[in-house]
Each structure stands twice: as C-alpha cells, then as structure tokens.
Design a protein around this ligand. Structure first.
Ligand code: AMP
Ligand code: GLY
Length: 429
C-alpha cells in the first residue's frame, strides 16, 4: 500500500453513531490516523479526541484540517450539516462527507422535505403546514384523529407527536406555539400512516445512490412501541418488513426519484441519505422522514455488517464513482439495544458511575457502543440520555438479541433503563 492510499480522517460527533463509524474506520487497512471531535470514551480507544469549535463558520475545523493534513472529514450529526459545514469545506477545496446546506434541508425542515416529496411525486403522508396556532387547531379539529404533529426544524427525534386523540394533538400544538419548546413556530400536520417502520440508508455521490442493508429502529421509550418518542431505543438489521418486493418498490418509487429530485434541484449531495419508511401491507411504502446522515442507532447495526472498506467508500462518494464499487455486507444479522439514563427522554441526571463494562474488552461476541458517557480518571460515568448500546450479531435477529440482552446483564448504573423487546419478535408487515 502506498502512502497515498493511507488516509488521515477527522470524524465529527460524540454519540453512539460516531463510535460505530469509528469502529468501521478502524477495520480499514487504509486508516493512517483518526481524530474525533469531540468524541467519547468509545472513540477514544480508536482515535484521538479533540475539541473543535463549530462556531464562526467552522473556522477552527478548517484550520485544524489544513494544519493536520486531514484527507477526509466525516460529519456524524445533522446540526453542522444544516449549518453549512459542507459548503465551507468545498469552498476551501477540502474533502468532506455530507450534503451541502441546501440539501441538508431535507432533514433540517420537515416542511421543505414534504414539498420536495410532493414535487417529485414521492409517496408520503398528506400534510399541511401552519405558522399560526389557531389555523393549526382548526385543521386538527376538522381532520380528526389519529393525526401526526411535527415541529418544523431539528428536534433530535423528539419533535413529533402521534396523536390518537384530540387532546394530545392540541397539547402538542401548545408545546410548539405557546411553550415554544422547539426552534421554530411552524408545524407540519400529517395524516397518520399505517404500517411497519423501516430505515434504509444509502451512500450518495450526486450521480449514484447505493443503498445499504436495511434496519428497524424503535423510537418510543417503552416496550410495545408505547410512550413518547426518543432518538431511538434500539435497532436491528435487516428489517423483516422490507422484503425483496417492497425493496423493489422503494428503489423505483422512492430512492431513485429522490436522487432525481436532488439532481434536478442542483443540490450537491455527497454523503449519507436516510429514508425513514412506513411499509404498508400492499408491498408499497411511504417516506416518513429523510435524514441526511447516518441514523443513530441504525449506524451501529448497519456499519457492523459492512464488509467493504469505509474509507474507500468515502473516496468514491467524493469522486462520484460509487458505481465502480461493489459494496459487500455480512449476511449475519445484528441487534443493538440502547441503555438510557433514568427519566430520558425527559429530565435525567448525568455523572452517574457505570460499572461492569470490563467484560466487553475480552470478547468478540458482542460490542459495547459508547453514546452519552465520559471518563473521570478510570471511572466511566453517564453523560447523556442515551448512554450505551450493546451490539451483537448472529444468524438470526432473536438470537442476536438474546446475546445482547445477556451481555447487558453485566452492566450496572443507577437509573439504567432499556427496552426489553428489541429484536425478540421482528415485525413483518
Ligand atoms: P419523524 O421524526 O418524522 O421520523 O417521526 C418520528 C416518528 O413518528 C416516526 O418514526 C414514526 O414512528 C412516527 N410518525 C411520523 N410520521 C408519521 C405518520 N405520518 N404516520 C404514522 N407515524 C408517524
Ligand atoms: N434513529 C433515527 C434517527 O437517527 O433519526
């Protein structure tokens, strides 16, 4: 391998997704050096943690990349993408994996995403957008329930309320218009879609779109998909609902038209596109949301199954040569169960000591994913709502889930909470 094959990488982010990306990068023979900003105790075992400010139009990041001869920067979370980090890098002729600011609106604004889907005839729930409280309330009363209330703008997965009764819908509107809980006073109100959810992520180079293996997230906090939505409580890959027939429909009616739309709008999208799907009983599907980055915890299960070098994929994304690459996946199936702080997704404490994670250092049967953790000396502490993920792989999802749950039995911290039903009965449509 020549030295030009070896790459110095900067990864931005600090969650479980970024630990999963770092783990995939660590499997590459082409990784010369990895920096993660700000990183977490999981990524720290693979790369060097640094703290780069995202303020001042990313000046500190640009300076670091130039001074440290970074070949490729990978952006984990959505906020820097929506704030235009990619545009800044491209203006400096630096290599970055992620969509430009206008393309990141597909995630950054639900109203924008819905009008994009309408324009390109991509199946999605019927909707209306409101900037004023009274018209939104009138719409809810006329339309009836179930109905879905979505705060426009980024909300870490917590800006959506599926309302089965009018009272809940009106409360959700109050939290947007009266309590100003979200960054914007605009609401998207959608018809309720029946079906089974699945996540399909794709590598996009602007000219080609290559989808990954599918996954199924579990957003509600409680077993049986009850309670408020979270950032994601666990995941398995593949989705059992996204069968080959549905997949054909999704490629023809959703994935390819989305790439066509991106091209027609003149967007520079060289990154990861995430399709949140609702699979219906008739082998069709609708888009619930776009994300313009890896899902979390989808990345944990999907990247664990990636057999092709992630650095080579990133290079192809940047050079618009994804069509020349064969991307291979492990046939084994993966499950990741998320452990949270007690009280999440509402108030929770941080700084709680975590014990029992040593077991993961001596086994390949399962992997500990760090999300909201930090180290104080040798002691691991909680540092967020989603604290850890436990990932296991096997020949079928229920046995991978069993492995993950057995491993969780070793971990202890006060207030530790996790769903007990991830992957035990994978849903078909
Ligand atoms: P979103 O952030 O748009 O993905 O919404 C979060 C979650 O709310 C989704 O993963 C679904 O579980 C649910 N959801 C969103 N939109 C709808 C819809 N139109 N019908 C049914 N459930 C929905
Ligand atoms: N797991 C859903 C997301 O990353 O938005």
């Amino acid at each position: 391998m020549t030295h030009t094959d070896m790459k110095r990488i900067l990864l931005i982010g600090s969650g479980g997704r970024e630990h999963a990306i770092a783990l995939a990068l660590s499997r590459s023979p082409r990784l010369a050096k990895l920096y993660v900003s700000p990183g977490n105790p999981g990524t720290q075992a693979i790369g060097e943690s640094i703290h780069l400010s995202m303020d001042n139009n990313f000046d500190s990041v640009i300076e670091f990349v130039k001074q440290n001869n970074i070949d490729i920067t990978i952006v984990g979370p959505e906020q820097p993408l929506v704030d235009g980090i990619v545009d800044r890098f491209l203006a400096e002729d630096l290599v970055i994996i992620g969509p430009s600011k206008d393309a990141a609106q597909l995630e950054g604004s639900k109203a924008f995403a819905k009008s994009f889907m309408k324009k390109y005839n991509i199946p999605t729930a019927d909707y209306a957008v409101f900037d004023d409280h009274d018209s939104a309330k009138d719409y809810v009363k006329t339309h009836g329930c179930p109905i879905v209330i979505k705060a426009d703008g980024l909300a870490s997965g917590k800006g959506v309320v599926v309302a089965h009764d009018e009272h809940t819908a009106i409360d959700a509107l109050d939290s947007i218009f009266v309590h100003n809980k979200f960054s914007s006073n605009r609401v998207v109100i959608e018809s309720f879609l029946e079906g089974v959810e699945a996540s399909l992520m794709a590598f996009v180079d602007g000219n080609h779109i290559v989808h990954m293996v599918s996954a199924q997230d579990h957003k509600p906090i409680y077993d049986g998909d009850k309670g408020p939505n979270t950032g994601g409580m666990g995941c398995f890959s593949p989705s059992m609902a996204l069968n080959p027939l549905v997949e054909s429909y999704v490629l023809e009616s959703i994935v390819n038209p989305t790439l066509y739309g991106i091209q027609s709008e003149g967007m520079d999208f060289r990154g990861i596109l995430y399709f949140g799907l609702m699979i219906h009983t008739n082998n069709r599907a609708s888009v619930v949301e776009y994300n313009t980055r890896f899902g979390d915890p989808e990345a944990q299960v999907v990247l664990n199954r990636l057999d092709t070098d992630l650095i080579t994929i990133c290079e192809a994304i940047h050079n618009r040569t994804l069509d020349a690459l064969t991307i291979d996946w492990d046939v084994k199936q993966a499950v990741c169960v998320v452990l949270t702080s007690g009280g999440y997704p509402n108030h929770y404490d941080v700084g709680v000591p975590i014990n029992g994670t040593e077991i993961f250092e001596t086994t390949d049967s399962y992997t500990l994913i760090h999300a909201g953790t930090r180290l104080e000396g040798e002691q691991l502490l909680t540092n967020g709502g989603r604290v850890l993920g436990v990932l296991a792989k096997s020949w079928d999802i229920p046995s991978a889930a069993e492995l993950a749950y057995n491993a969780i039995g070793h971990i202890h911290y006060q207030g530790m909470y996790y769903r007990k039903d991830i992957g035990l009965k994978p849903k078909t449509v």
